[in-house]
Write a protein that binds this ligand. Structure first.
Ligand SMILES: [Zn+2]
Length: 115
């Protein structure tokens, strides 16, 4: 079920590795395996990960199937933000000028016909 949804939405990115307690190096910003462009990896609300573009774009420049939004997830009984969750905009038509986060797939130069 989550797998079908993940396939459909392109939420097939590998999760970020948890930094170990002994890891003192700076965490490298993630990049796309296909085109090397910087991406932002976010968990979805159904336990999958998606690569999103690093900049927001007005909704009019992003095809509906690539529109995502980041939602804050709060700690229980608190207003502290513990996490950001990527949520695909489905069945909602944002205003054309509204900023959305495009899936990286929209910008990826990878040619799927090549091996
Ligand atoms: Zn790419």
């Amino acid at each position: 079920m989550a797998n079908d949804l993940a396939e459909d939405e392109g939420a097939t990115a590998p999760p970020l590795p948890e930094p170990g307690p002994d890891d003192v190096s700076l965490i490298e910003p993630p990049t796309c395996d296909d085109c090397g462009a910087p991406v932002r990896l976010y968990p979805t609300n159904y336990d999958r990960w998606v690569s999103l573009a690093t900049a927001e774009l007005p909704a009019k420049n992003v095809p509906a199937r690539y529109r995502w939004r980041l939602m804050k997830r709060y700690a229980r009984h608190s207003s502290m933000v513990v996490d950001l969750v990527a949520v695909r905009l489905r069945g909602i038509d944002p205003l054309l000028s509204e900023l959305v986060v495009p899936a990286h797939r929209m910008l990826c130069v990878q040619d799927e016909d090549e091996p």
